[in-house]
Every structure is written in C-alpha cells, then in structure tokens.
Design a protein around this ligand. Structure first.
Ligand SMILES: [Zn+2]
Length: 294
C-alpha cells in the first residue's frame, strides 16, 4: 500500500505559473484575448462617480493605456461614491485626474494613465484618433454630444452613461453600424434647450447653464457601480470584438453585441433593466448628414 503523502509535499505542475499571472482567470473566458486588452487605448471623459468605477474596472482588467479628461477638483462630498478618491486629497482639493492616476498606479502598475485637466471643448480634436474607444461619464449634455460627434466622425466606438439616484442608463454608438442611432439623433435645438434645463434621465427638472448642472444631483454608489460595470462591459466588447465586426459585419457570439443604437435603462426601485431601441433620425447632422457627404 502506497504511503500517504503530506498534501504540502504534493507537487502541482504549473501551479506557480497559473497563480503568478494576474490575468489568468479572465484569460479562461471564451473569446478573451489579453493582448488586445493590453494594447487597447481608452479615452475616459469625466472621472466622477461613474468614471471612478469605469476606470477602476479597466485598470484591473489590464487595459494598456487610459486617457483621463477632467478639470474638476475633489470635494469631500465626492467620497461616498468614488473608490479612487480619498479624504486627504479632498481636504487638499487635488485634481481628480491626478488622484485617480495615483490610485491606479497602486491597483495595477502595468497600466499607463495619461491625464488632461481641460474642458473637453479645448482639447486637440486629433486626440480622438489615438484611442480605440471613447467613454463619457458626464452630467453635461453639451460635452456628451461633442464626444458623440467627434467619436462618430472618426469612426471610434463611443459609450455614454448617465445616472440619477436609483436610475441609470448606458448607450453605445458606432459609426460602422450605419443604421443605428447616435446620441445626437432626434435632438432638435428646442430639445437641447429643454435638456439643458431639464436633462435628468428621470425627467426631473434640474437647473443648469450651458448643459452644466447647477443643482447637485442625487447619486448613489450602488447605481454608479452597476452603471460603471455595464459601461466597462461595453468597452471590453469593443476591444475584443470590433475587428471581427469590421471584417464579418456581425458581432462575434463569444464576445456578444454591444448596446449600439440601444439604451439600457436600470431602475433600482423595481430591480429591473430594460433595453430600448433608439430610432435613428434620418436628418441627424451627426450620423446621417456627415456620412452622406463623405
Ligand atoms: Zn444621429
């Protein structure tokens, strides 16, 4: 009869290499390609509540390069929902992008973080071309539409998110899905004026000026982490699946289809998600007019 071995003496072949690869468990997902994740360059506009969740997820998944655009300073009132901020930084009123960059370095030093402390209006528009996916995590409709328009023009996938208390939305835009709507679709100047005054996704009237909210919105960490998670999932679908879509004009079933032309709505009161198709406006000056004139 063979002598029983002490379990600590049993050699597990390859154990070291499996446990020393921080991406081992995600590499086990069907269709996953860590090289694509490592080579990916993502632009994130706005690093508030949802931006924190999105960036944290992208960094932990090992996305190679992330550009953060935000000129805001951290306030103590941000600390209930922003995992990458801290009380010391709030006390010193540090720039959000600087503090997020430092926190990301600790989370995953493999990731390169680039920061810009500027209004989106002032950035060099050629920057868009250097990124694979553009994300907006803003409460400013004017900036969201600007990001939508440039991303569309340069054929870069764009993912927008919005939150309001227990409610949240995620919508994706991709110019190579030409029959799908963009964020600008169906928005007239009258609508824009109304949205600047009351743009909340619950329809609640909020004072604002030039698309910037004047009144502080209700925000909750559960909603921001759910919406930030879903927005991250869209980024991963584009990183892993855009090559396949561009080649075969359909999404790789192993990766799944992103929410292009669709709006996912989350309702934390009823515990329900629903997805609505956004109708493309044949007169939309972003996704109809530009392409027809190319
Ligand atoms: Zn459009």
């Amino acid at each position: 009869m063979a002598e029983k071995k002490d379990p600590s003496e049993i050699e597990i072949i390859g154990f070291d290499s499996i446990e020393s690869d921080k991406y081992d468990r995600q590499k086990r997902i069907r269709g996953w390609d860590q090289k694509k994740i490592t080579n990916a360059r993502i632009m994130v506009i706005g690093v508030g509540a949802t931006g924190n969740e999105l960036v944290k997820n992208l960094v932990m998944a090992g996305v190679g390069t992330i550009l953060l655009i935000d000129y805001d300073l951290i306030e103590t009132s941000n600390l209930n929902r922003c995992i990458l901020f801290n009380a010391k930084a709030a006390k010193k009123k540090k720039y959000k992008v600087d503090v997020v960059k430092e926190a990301c370095r600790i989370l995953n030093p493999d990731v390169e973080i680039i920061t810009i402390k500027e209004d989106l209006n002032n950035i060099d528009k050629d920057l868009y071309k250097q990124y694979d996916v553009v994300c907006s995590c803003l409460d400013n409709i004017e900036a969201r539409l600007e990001a939508n328009n440039y991303a569309y023009y340069y054929n870069i996938p764009f993912i927008d998110s919005g939150i309001d208390g227990y409610f949240g939305t995620v919508q994706a835009v991709y110019s190579k899905m030409q029959t799908s709507s963009c964020l600008q679709c169906g928005i007239s100047n009258v609508d824009l004026d109304l949205m600047w005054r009351k743009f909340s996704c619950t329809g609640q009237e909020i004072d604002s000026q030039n698309g910037e909210t004047m009144e502080k919105m209700a925000t909750l960490i559960t909603t921001t982490s759910i919406i930030g998670g879903i927005q991250t999932q869209q980024v991963l679908k584009f990183i892993l699946g855009t090559d396949y879509f561009d080649k075969y004009k359909k999404w790789n079933p192993k990766i799944g289809e992103p929410l292009v032309g669709k709006q996912l709505n989350y309702n934390g009161l009823t515990n329900k998600f629903n997805i609505i198709n956004k109708i493309k406006d044949p007169n939309c000056w972003t996704c109809s007019f530009i392409k027809e004139n190319e």
